[in-house]
Ligand binder design. Sequence first.
Ligand code: PLP
Length: 221
Amino acid sequence: MSTAVEHLLAVRKAIVKAELEANRREGSVTLVAVSKTFESDEIRPVLDAGQRVFGENRVQEAQSKWPRLREDYADIELHLIGPLQSNKSEDAVALFDVIETVDREKIAAALAAEMKKQNRFPKLYVQVNTGSEPQKAGIEPKEAVAFVKRCRAIHGLAIEGLMCIPPADENPGPHFALLEKIAREADVEKLSMGMSGDYEIAVGFGATSVRVGSAIFGSRT
Ligand SMILES: *Cc1c(COP(=O)(O)O)cnc(C)c1O
């Protein structure tokens, strides 16, 4: 068994444990395996082990790997978890099944236009910058509810979820709680939160998906 597959099974087991500890139904949390920087050869064993949901943070990198992998494996669900430039929205709409990083008006408009043009409708999440970090993408927490409403009303986008990346040096719990609160106010169902270091905590705060990279594939160089 490849190391990545051993890690995958351990992460799946830890998710089930966290679900049960939080009195949540087993299987209620989706594992998004974050394969950015890893080659197709390293991803294939994880696909062979049955994993079908993956996250990539760059459109171009994803384009270089996933169309080929999709020929060999059915039912792959690909999530874009990195910042999106509006000039990449055509490629993003064509390739991804979930775009987790809608965070400004211009992107919302570009995605709406592309989705109509391609008649292809990836699910959309709004990224919230819960720590208001200047270097980080995402809409400000205090603007998030209004932004979700504008995406729906003005751009006709069905926003299904929220995503956040808490500041690296802070306790993530309050950030997960904030995202959950905004989701309730904005009437959004899905919560993408939790990474290798804190996915079990995120499950306790109601994550519906966790994005786990290095705990499965190893450290990125
Ligand atoms: C890279 C990345 C992850 C995975 O990070 P790990 O700590 O390796 O699990 C999750 N979410 C986003 C947005 C990322 O860019």
